[in-house]
Design a protein around this ligand. Structure first.
Ligand code: C2O
Length: 349
């Protein structure tokens, strides 16, 4: 059967696998049996998610205000920035066993739940932020457009150390450097590309996007793109799709090289960096592009996919149960992405 949401009353200590399995508390600040079924938004204008490097000064300001408000909430408030960050740890570092399987941890990485789970995570995060600034129906989170040449740098709004978007726990050598998609945290020192090498590295990065994400094979076989199936009672076998594998790159690029790689280089802390949400915005967008390239055909017509469910604390302060089948079209969820030129589209093999 499909993976079920956790029993909130049975939260256990999670572990930081990059810090010698140090136990960490990622339990939600609430426990309730009052869980209602999620309903899709209706009669709303679409929220338009834009590239972070293209936000207007007004949009930057609005985003900063929203994040600042989220950071100022009571630390125990489920909307609080750190509480929101901890939600990632909950589903990724083993804070719950699967219902009815007391020895199988709930894990949304390394399998086909990766994209749907993170889509919902961002969905609620965006709406909570919108609530915090007066329920702004036009508010949308920015995304890190790393699939375009201008986007292959950490967007500058995240580098201003006086901004609530800033996080100092990063690899400072990468602050102004072009991303190299072959970078890996496990083989330092890895030299930053020099400006005279930019065209070549950009080209290589674009090819990687095209070939890793949008090859004919991937378009035909969603498990290659999204990750392998998982059903209730099974442990994830670490069989991520190509998109998840490529996504690890930005985590490693942003996080510091030294263990335990907090914040972005470690599941436990990744979402404590606002860049996480820009990064995952683009991951989500890649899925959306993929979906549209496939003529919106459902990726897996299987109940273990469609009926898999999670719980989130929503923008109405209600605990909701969401199903994968409800999140397969971003427009149904009330948002969309700016149309951008796909620089990788025309690139050779
Ligand atoms: Cu839950 Cu970028 O990982």
């Amino acid at each position: 059967g499909p993976v079920q949401p956790p029993d909130l009353s049975l939260c256990i200590l999670a572990t930081d696998s990059q810090a010698d399995d140090e136990p960490v508390n990622c339990c939600p600040p609430y426990s309730t049996s009052n869980v209602v079924d999620f309903v899709l938004p209706s009669n709303e204008p679409l929220r338009l998610r834009k590239p972070a490097h293209k936000l207007s000064p007004k949009e930057i300001e609005r985003y900063k205000v929203a994040i600042a408000k989220m950071k100022q909430l009571d630390p125990k408030d489920p909307w609080n920035f750190m509480q929101q960050a901890t939600v990632h740890c909950t589903y990724c570092n083993g804070a719950f066993f699967q219902v009815n399987y007391p020895d199988k941890l709930l894990q949304v990485h390394g399998n086909w739940l990766f994209l749907p789970w993170h889509r919902y995570y961002l969905y609620f995060w965006e709406r909570i932020l919108a609530k915090l600034i007066g329920d702004d129906p036009t508010f949308a989170i920015p995304y890190w457009n790393w699939d375009s040449p201008e986007g292959m740098f950490i967007p500058s709004i995240y580098l201003d150390d006086t901004s609530p978007l800033y996080n100092d726990k990063r690899n400072h050598d990468h602050y102004k450097a072009l991303m190299d998609f072959d970078y890996t945290i496990t083989t330092p020192p890895f030299p930053n590309p020099r400006p005279n090498e930019y065209p070549e590295v950009i080209n290589k990065n674009l090819k990687k996007i095209k070939n890793d994400l949008f090859s004919k094979d991937n378009l035909l076989k969603p498990d290659l793109f999204m990750g392998q199936p998982i059903s209730a009672g099974r442990e994830t076998k670490e069989e991520p799709g190509r998109l998840e594998s490529l996504h690890n790159l930005a985590h490693e690029w942003v996080g510091p090289e030294a263990k335990p790689n907090h914040d972005m280089g470690n599941f436990y802390t990744a979402a404590q960096d606002t860049l996480f949400f820009a990064h995952h915005g683009n991951v989500d967008r890649m899925w959306d592009i993929y979906k549209k390239k496939r003529g919106n055909k459902v990726e897996f017509n299987h109940p273990d996919f469609l009926d898999a469910s999670f719980i989130f604390y929503d923008e109405n302060r209600q605990v909701v149960k969401v199903k994968v089948s409800d999140c397969l079209n971003v427009e149904d969820l009330g948002y969309t992405y700016t149309p951008e030129v796909y620089s990788w589209q025309g690139i050779g093999q």
